[in-house]
Design a protein around this ligand. Structure first.
Ligand SMILES: [Zn+2]
Length: 202
């Protein structure tokens, strides 16, 4: 992966406290088979708000990627999630949708499963009924089995703006599909720092 540092000439106000004491880092990341991913990071030195996002410069239509991970190598496939990406593992009923505080990250399939496992452990602390506790424990255990034995699992990533993607271990197994407008509109969207209203009004 090569990177091109774009410096930090861009200025933006903090979307939380509106301070102008922000530091912005931008890079173009070039992944194999997947060139031109723009990475953007904003840090506010006043309220310590941090924000990461990705913009795919090569794709700008609503997309769905699917990948069936079946072995250890497949589990290393990278996931790039922009603030508007929805990630699903349908067979285990795990879904990550963008919310108001969503931001971008890069991980791999195993890392994403660990993240779901961590969230489930967190939920366990607030579980009140025995049924709830056992349901959550089953989910945690199921993820453990998948990671330990690299059990087949399908991951689906959808993004109404085409900014999220999968960088697959095996390119031939990646399924890419354009979403219809109706499908794209059903997806939730996250925090939009790139909405354009702030910077153009100055
Ligand atoms: Zn701030």
């Amino acid at each position: 992966m090569s990177t091109e540092d774009l410096g930090s000439e861009m200025e933006a106000k903090c979307p939380v406290c509106e301070s102008e004491n922000t530091k912005i880092t931008q890079k173009i990341l070039d992944f194999p088979h997947f060139p031109q991913m723009w990475f953007y990071n904003l840090m506010c030195s006043d309220c310590h708000f941090k924000y990461n996002d990705f913009i795919n410069l090569a794709v700008n239509e609503p997309v769905r990627y699917g990948y069936l991970a079946e072995n250890k190598d497949d589990y290393t496939s990278k996931i790039i999630r922009s603030s508007n990406g929805t990630i699903r593992f349908p067979s285990i009923g795990a879904i990550l949708e963008p919310g108001p505080k969503a931001d971008g990250f890069i991980t791999n399939i195993e890392g994403m499963l660990r993240d779901f496992q961590g969230k489930a452990k967190f939920l366990l602390r607030d579980a009140t009924t025995e049924e709830e506790v056992s349901r959550i424990n089953n989910f945690i255990e199921m993820i453990e089995e998948h990671i330990k034995n690299n059990l087949p699992i399908e991951i689906i990533i959808e993004d109404p703006f085409g900014n999220s993607s999968i960088i697959p271990f095996d390119q031939s197994k990646l399924k890419k599909q354009q979403l219809s407008q109706a499908e794209a509109e059903k997806l939730k969207t996250g925090l939009m720092i790139f909405g354009g209203t702030d910077r153009t009004s100055e």
